[in-house]
Design a protein around this ligand. Structure first.
Ligand code: GLA
Length: 808
């Protein structure tokens, strides 16, 4: 027997603990995470009853949790005539059609001879290893439970899967049905999960939008009725993100109960919340039954995508932190997991379709000089693509623009010390293309109908194996040949005219398309494990956990305007970590809004994400180049904290106030970085106070602002009030003075305890608002922002620095 040390005993104890995150006591199932309990049981009638999801609690016996229904319930029906089984009033873990539950069902499968009534009864359970399915799923759960239900008349097996992620405080659920009958069955609706609970004083937070306006936060009280957020466009969509929150009415960023839900899926989905007159709430999430009908032949199985659930009683920041941890540890995988991401330059807004090798090399060289690490060649490098009307599908180099080929360009870029990245939009085809000439049947369209177009393009039929193989071959060749380090995988139209030439049942089109896409991504990410994939769909039209299983980052939005990005990135941050959000500094006036905002503000918002540049660096002035160089240098030093630190939003956020801030704290709690963002300057604004939760109470920190140069020109004609002579505005002298003289920016440097930062916060200098200016005044103006850095305070280092400074 090996000798057991204290450490090994501890390891065994910990292991045992984490092995026991699922406890089964007399047909009651208790799923535990660090801070939550999820409890359900099977009753003697074979129904699966939901009892509790909330803060972690001890469990002795199921009786206190049980719903006590005695006596009649008006027009309700008794399940199989059994005493008190008013099924419409019970909190169920799985519901079905036809037995007296008249709420939105979780599952509906019809039998060719016996109709639409399902009856799934509990059969047993098994603790299992995480199974491997065709769909992307989370990984490394602590434990997985399978619950078996059976509809004996229709002979359908239904398996409910539960995965527990202890540290993330996440439980995931999905469903598998297997046809054990001799007949072919039809699935009309199959949700990934269901949860029934009480709904008093709850409200819904959803993240909705459109192109260039993705994931804005919206709130509404949940009263009686049915609420639906869904997608019918073939992708998870920018209309409503699959992530949503149900929270207590008074829950804020730092306090209160909140449930978060998401789906590991990129196609049409639905999220349904039904609140009954008895204040029972049912939440369902899964594949959208819209245009969905699945043929389930004898012995065949169907598996749903995985749903993700989390709970906190400590406010929305804590809920987001659960989701962030879950995405970083259990969704994103491969070489780029937990790895800092490179700063990129993308040529799209610098050149659009109009480029040649020389132009690109110049941009790349300029960017390299500023400290950029990755050059991305965007749309227009292939076929005959000089505008958005042609060539999608023709994945070979455009020799007019790049006569020496992609591999030569790539080599030159790499020789500079940059990584090389490439844009592709593989799921599409232009009618004006060689591919279309050769294979019109590859395009999605209903025979005999003129298809609708989006951005002049049609969709490729990924339900067809031949099309999938064509794409795998073409892309593999390019990725290899051009030695790509990074791929931006775009998707620029929604789906219409759904029809698959090889499908027998067109009701399977949408889901089979998504499965086809996943099959391609699985193959390519396996063949090119070192490549960093970034998912894009006209910006954030497919920002979801399904894509994140293959591509660790997403182009958050085509909109790079400072102000718009505050809303988009704040909204996105509720469900997704900063390590997934592409955020680029672009030119002004901004190409989407025509708004002009300061370069510092564009950087200050982009650095709370995966920093990139989307402009022609050669057109920057000398002073702008210097600023960009400094920004990049600073970002490199701090990106680990910004990409992987613990992220918090201020309360109120930008959705409720004119100014707001975010911050990230590093894992050692020695450093925090704050981004403060203002929309417009208004007179007599409330005082700005930065409060930081999450640092160590009794540790000292030094809080300081990044000094942002003030451009004298923003004072306009006011300059004549302080000058001994009167000068002409925008005249030569004015311009020289503005270039040479930079007023000293405010200094907000303080030494504070962690606890002070949490409760009292730091009160910032008053903003300029038309009543005078000196070196204490904080000049923000419209679209102004600041970065603050909080470091663990080290007296010795501080004294040394001051000494050095005083010596000059
Ligand atoms: C989409 C993307 C952009 C750019 C263009 C190129 O709109 O979101 O970033 O790549 O396509 O056509």
């Amino acid at each position: 027997m090996p000798f057991k040390t204290k450490k090994s005993r501890l390891v065994t104890a910990l292991k045992k603990r984490s092995e026991n995150m699922i406890r089964i006591i007399n047909n009651t199932f208790v799923l535990l995470t660090e801070q939550t309990s999820y409890i359900f049981s099977a009753n003697p009638n074979g129904l699966l009853l939901h009892h509790y999801y909330g803060p972690r609690i001890p469990f002795i016996d199921v009786r206190p949790f049980e719903k006590k229904l005695h006596g009649g319930a008006g027009t309700s029906c008794l399940y199989e005539g059994q005493e008190n089984q008013w099924i419409d009033l019970l909190d169920l873990e799985a519901s079905f059609v036809g037995k007296g539950d008249f709420r939105e069902p979780m599952i509906s499968i019809s039998h060719p001879k016996l109709g639409y009534t399902n009856n799934f009864k509990y059969q047993g359970y098994e603790l299992i290893k995480e199974p491997i399915e065709d769909l992307p799923t989370s990984y490394d759960s602590n434990q997985t439970l399978r619950i078996d239900l059976y509809d004996d008349l229709y002979a359908i097996k239904m398996e409910l899967y539960y995965k527990v992620f202890e540290k993330a405080n996440v439980i995931t659920k999905y469903v598998k049905v297997i046809n054990e009958s001799k007949d072919t069955l039809t699935i009309h609706k199959i949700m990934s999960h269901q949860i029934d609970m009480q709904a008093s004083n709850l409200s819904l937070l959803s993240f909705d939008g459109a192109w260039a306006k993705e994931r804005h936060r919206h709130s509404q009280p949940l009263t009686q009725g049915i609420y639906v957020m869904d997608s019918k466009s073939g992708v998870s969509s920018n209309k409503h993100n699959p992530f949503f929150i149900v929270k207590g009415e008074s829950t804020s960023e730092f306090h209160g109960d909140a449930y978060g839900f998401n789906l590991v899926y990129s196609g049409n989905y639905t999220s349904i919340i039904e609140v009954t007159p008895q204040q029972n709430m049912r939440i369902l999430q899964g594949i959208n039954p819209y245009c969905f009908e699945w043929t389930l032949k004898t012995k065949k199985a169907f598996t749903t995508p995985e749903a993700v659930l989390t709970f906190t009683n400590q406010g929305l920041n804590s809920l987001s932190q659960n989701m962030h941890y879950f995405v970083n540890q259990h969704i994103v995988r491969g070489l780029w997991k937990n790895r800092v991401r490179p700063i990129l330059i993308n040529n799209w807004e610098a050149t659009y379709f109009n480029f040649n090798e020389k132009k690109l090399i110049k941009i790349a060289q300029g960017a390299k000089d500023l400290g950029v690490e990755l050059f991305v060649l965007d749309d227009g490098w292939f076929g005959n693509r000089n505008n958005d009307q042609t060539s999608l599908g023709d994945w070979y180099v455009n020799t007019k623009k790049l006569p020496k080929g992609l591999s030569t360009l790539s080599k030159k870029i790499k020789k500079m010390g940059l990584m090389f990245g490439l844009w592709v939009e593989p799921e599409m085809i232009n009618e004006q293309s060689e591919l279309y000439k050769a294979h019109p049947e590859y395009a999605v369209r209903v025979p005999g109908r003129t298809p609708s177009t989006g951005r002049n393009q049609l969709l490729l039929d990924l339900t067809n194996k031949k099309v999938r193989q064509y794409l795998i071959d073409q892309l593999s060749f390019i990725f290899k040949n051009a030695q790509v380090d990074y791929v931006k995988w775009d998707f620029n139209r929604n789906m219409t005219d759904m029809y698959g030439t090889t499908l027998k049942n067109q009701g399977e089109f949408f889901h089979k398309y998504t499965l086809g896409l996943y099959a391609i991504l699985k193959e390519l990410t396996k063949a090119f494990p070192h490549v960093l994939f970034e998912s894009c769909a006209s910006g954030g039209n497919r920002f979801d956990l399904g894509m994140l299983c293959y591509m660790p980052q997403v182009w958050t939005s085509d909109n790079t305007d400072y102000l718009e990005r505050i809303y988009i990135q704040t909204g996105t941050s509720y469900g997704y970590p900063l390590s997934t959000m592409g955020a680029h500094v672009s030119d002004v006036p901004n190409h989407q809004t025509l708004r002009t905002t300061p370069l510092e503000s564009r950087f200050n918002i982009s650095c709370f994400g995966l920093l990139g540049y989307e402009l022609d660096v050669k057109r920057l002035t000398l002073s702008e180049s210097e600023k960009v160089r400094n920004h990049i240098r600073w970002y490199k030093k701090n990106r680990k904290t910004l990409q992987y630190g613990t992220f918090y939003r201020s309360d109120p956020t930008c959705f409720d106030a004119n100014s707001s801030y975010f911050y990230c704290i590093n894992n050692q709690k020695e450093k925090a970085i704050v981004g403060f963002y203002q929309a417009l300057l208004h007179p007599s604004l409330p005082e700005d106070i930065i409060k930081i939760k999450g640092l160590v109470d009794n540790k000292k920190y030094i809080f300081t602002n990044i000094k942002q140069p003030i451009n004298l020109s923003i004072f306009g004609g006011l300059i004549n009030l302080v000058l001994p002579i009167q000068i002409t505005l925008n005249g030569k002298i004015h311009r020289i003075i503005c270039r040479l003289y930079h007023p000293k920016p405010e200094d907000d440097t303080y030494i504070v305890y962690g606890k002070t930062l949490n409760y009292a916060g730091v009160r910032l200098h008053q903003q300029f608002m038309g009543t005078g200016f000196n070196d204490k005044v904080r000049v923000l103006g419209d679209f102004g922002s600041r970065l603050y850095v909080i470091n663990h305070f080290n007296m010795k280092k501080y004294r040394l620095k001051r000494k050095q400074l005083s010596r000059g």
